[in-house]
Design a protein around this ligand. Structure first.
Ligand code: HEC
Ligand code: HEC
Ligand code: HEC
Ligand code: HEC
Ligand code: HEC
Ligand code: HEC
Ligand code: HEC
Ligand code: HEC
Length: 500
């Protein structure tokens, strides 16, 4: 039974929250001991700079030198609360992130340029812990995890080997011009890293290397064990919650042909209302009340907010029943994400847990999401809506099974090219899941008919047919020619149209 929201509930729930707060907080500090066992977290907590240093001293140089940066900070809640340059940047001289050559240092302190969530956790433990259990926190590790993760090898090979032309097993030698050229790594900093994050590396003075920093990626891994770029949604140095509540805060990563969540939202009825009725929204507060300061759902409402008596969360995976980015969708039965904790504990880049979701299982995740909907919609509407979403996910899985079966058979007969990105069959199988199949599933889940259909299932339906043509052709030719390499060498060009 869904909880029903009423105005008096806000008042009531505030009183209950205050009463429960101390109890909850005590319980919380026992959970997730990994943050507490991070030695650097403890170091920062007890650190006393000698001689004592004030924000005024930092500002004496940086105010005139960096007026924009300083003004952002001055307009932040941090400035009002007395949290300044010192609280976030001043660290012990031997701290793993320390920048030793800064012109202004003390006996036992210097500044850090790269500031990780270990620093934020001093004062925002709850948000950092929630973030660390979310799929976001694996963003940096997931695509780098080479040893433990065959998928990871494929990802780094795509980025460095193919796109950066550094080469690798099977890659066409015509497209290897940067073997051994470490500068080619700089280009990867412009692509994957800016959305996903990476392992931050420093030079001897403690300045971060250009191959790794600056980046806005969702989950960089820092030398002090810190995971996550809180600034991905709360841009520095305003660190504003109101800014992060806007859909635009998600839109700089969640867009484009492979996960067009921004476009899906904009073309949904919710997005249409948001675009045309700005005055019906107030993002300056986390207390979001339909009919008062909220008209229709935004990204933050459904995935993070405390609307309709839900608990606000920095774990964006908590309300997801399915995995809709995976080649084949599965229910999220894996509880918490683990990649971030592995990094806190032993600096290991692990694959993480793609099944992470709600610790109470996929049905609980769906109930939470429905609880958000029921702030504004009623039972039959919501139940019918999700019955269709679930069926769409299963339909996609049927297409994926057909495609995967053909792929496995061709591979077994050596009828897939070694240079995968020269192979039209491989490319189609990639577009089917990574672009069109995600659009189909995510379009249906978030109410965009254009993405669910024209950019989605319509193209998936075509992909599988084009794949079957190539499959039949190769199998037939193999009968005549006997030699799979000949089949591939003699195949006429089959350009694959990228389905935008
Ligand atoms: C005497 C003037 C001066 C004072 C005081 C000063 N800084 Fe700096 N700061 C600089 C200069 C100059 C640089 C550029 C150094 C470089 O790039 O090698 C810099 C660089 C930095 C950077 C790194 C930026 C980058 O991209 O390289 C940070 C972070 C920083 N300062 C923070 C602080 C903090 C925090 C304080 C107060 C504890 C402070 N600064 C006090 C002059 C000062
Ligand atoms: C709430 C914490 C916080 C406060 C307060 C803060 N910073 Fe930062 N600062 C950060 C974070 C986080 C980054 C980005 C680190 C990263 O990307 O790894 C950063 C980056 C920087 C940079 C490098 C970025 C650039 O654009 O060149 C400078 C310089 C800097 N801060 C100076 C300052 C100064 C001066 C103050 C005081 C007016 C200040 N910071 C206050 C957290 C803070
Ligand atoms: C020394 C303690 C301290 C540190 C370190 C710190 N904060 Fe804060 N933060 C605060 C306080 C205090 C507030 C104000 C709370 C209030 O006014 O409700 C705040 C507020 C915020 C808010 C809400 C702002 C709003 O618009 O409501 C965000 C977001 C935030 N901090 C992010 C960060 C991030 C990210 C870091 C690390 C880069 C960080 N903080 C580091 C103490 C800290
Ligand atoms: C524009 C931002 C952006 C860029 C650039 C980008 N990604 Fe992603 N990536 C995302 C988002 C957002 C998702 C989550 C999609 C979802 O949940 O449906 C994602 C998902 C993934 C996933 C699946 C999730 C997982 O944990 O396995 C992998 C793997 C991945 N990206 C690898 C890469 C690689 C490798 C590159 C560069 C060659 C890259 N991405 C470039 C934004 C980006
Ligand atoms: C700086 C880039 C960036 C921003 C900003 C961003 N995300 Fe993400 N998001 C990612 C990447 C990358 C992934 C995929 C991580 C992975 O699985 O490796 C992701 C994954 C997700 C997922 C799926 C998580 C899972 O467990 O599979 C959800 C849901 C999500 N983001 C929602 C949001 C929302 C809502 C916002 C805005 C409030 C947002 N994101 C802002 C980059 C971003
Ligand atoms: C995916 C986007 C996203 C990322 C990444 C993110 N935040 Fe937030 N943050 C939000 C949103 C949205 C809100 C508003 C939540 C609400 O009103 O319930 C918020 C609110 C906050 C607040 C204010 C909470 C309050 O009750 O007023 C703090 C503090 C905060 N974030 C800290 C952090 C820290 C620390 C990190 C890094 C671990 C971080 N955030 C990373 C989106 C994000
Ligand atoms: C009306 C509520 C709603 C809004 C608004 C909304 N979403 Fe979603 N989102 C959902 C639902 C429902 C799902 C599918 C949940 C499931 O797995 O059952 C979903 C799925 C996703 C996924 C796929 C995660 C995966 O498994 O691959 C991402 C990423 C995402 N949303 C990001 C966003 C972003 C970014 C925005 C804003 C631009 C947004 N969402 C707006 C409800 C919403
Ligand atoms: C803050 C209020 C709010 C929340 C939360 C919300 N919606 Fe809506 N939604 C609206 C409004 C307002 C409209 C436009 C009026 C209408 O058509 O009912 C709308 C329209 C829709 C529509 C298009 C109308 C139609 O008849 O097809 C769908 C579908 C929808 N919402 C689904 C959902 C789902 C699913 C959720 C939860 C994941 C959700 N909404 C959460 C306010 C909300």
């Amino acid at each position: 039974m869904r909880k029903i929201f009423s105005f008096s509930d806000t008042l009531k729930s505030n009183i209950i929250y205050i009463a429960l707060f101390s109890l909850f907080f005590t319980a919380y500090s026992f959970a997730g001991g990994s943050l507490d066992s991070n030695k650097n977290f403890k170091t920062l907590k007890s650190f006393k700079p000698d001689p004592l240093v004030t924000n005024q001293q930092c500002l004496s140089c940086h105010k005139d030198e960096d007026p924009g940066l300083t003004a952002d900070w001055q307009h932040s809640k941090h400035a009002t609360a007395g949290v300044g340059c010192v609280q976030c940047h001043v660290v012990p001289k031997d701290y793993p992130n320390a920048f030793k050559d800064h012109p202004f240092t003390g006996k036992n302190w210097t500044v850090q340029v790269a500031v990780s969530s270990v620093t934020c956790a001093q004062c925002h433990e709850k948000e950092v812990k929630e973030y660390l259990t979310s799929g976001h926190s694996r963003g940096g590790a997931q695509w780098l995890a080479e040893n433990e993760n065959p998928h990871g090898i494929a990802m780094t090979k795509l980025a460095y080997g193919y796109e950066g032309m550094k080469g690798g097993k099977g890659i066409d030698p015509d497209f290897i011009l940067n073997k051994g050229n470490s500068k080619a790594d700089l280009t990867v900093s412009n692509i994957c890293i800016q959305c996903h994050g990476t392992v931050i590396k420093l030079d001897e003075s403690g300045k971060p290397l250009a191959t790794t920093w600056p980046n806005d990626g969702i989950a960089s891994l820092y030398p002090d064990g810190g995971v996550g770029n809180c600034l991905s949604c709360h841009s520095r140095h305003k660190f504003s919650a109101a800014e992060a509540r806007q859909p635009a805060a998600c839109g700089n990563c969640h867009l484009g042909p492979d996960h067009p969540d921004k476009e899906i939202f904009e073309s949904s009825v919710h997005g249409h209302i948001f675009d045309t009725n700005e005055e019906d929204y107030d993002f300056s507060t986390g207390v979001q009340i339909p009919g008062k300061n909220l008209r229709a759902a935004t990204c933050f409402t459904c995935h993070m907010s405390g609307v309709n008596l839900l608990k606000a969360t920095h774990n964006v995976s908590l309300r997801l029943k399915w995995n809709l980015w995976a080649p084949k969708s599965f229910e999220r039965t894996g509880k918490d994400e683990t990649a971030g904790w592995a990094w806190w504990n032993n600096k290991k880049v692990l694959r993480g847990n793609p099944k992470a979701g709600n610790p109470n299982g996929p049905d609980a995740a769906r109930e939470d999401m429905e609880q958000a909907c029921s702030a504004c919609h009623k039972t039959t509407f919501i139940d019918n809506y999700f019955a269709r979403v679930d069926q769409d996910v299963l339909l996609y899985n049927q297409y994926r099974d057909i495609a995967q079966k053909m792929f496995t058979e061709l591979k077994a007969k050596k009828l897939i090219k070694k240079d995968l990105w020269s192979d039209p069959f491989f490319k189609l199988s990639y577009y089917l899941w990574h672009h069109e199949g995600r659009r189909m599933r995510q379009g249906a889940a978030m109410g965009s008919p254009d993405y669910a259909h024209w950019h989605g299932v319509f193209q998936v339906m075509q992909d599988v047919r084009e794949m079957k043509d190539i499959y039949n052709y190769r199998m037939r030719r193999l009968k005549d020619l006997k030699d799979p390499q000949k089949v591939l060498d003699l195949e006429p060009p089959m350009p694959v149209v990228t389905h935008e």
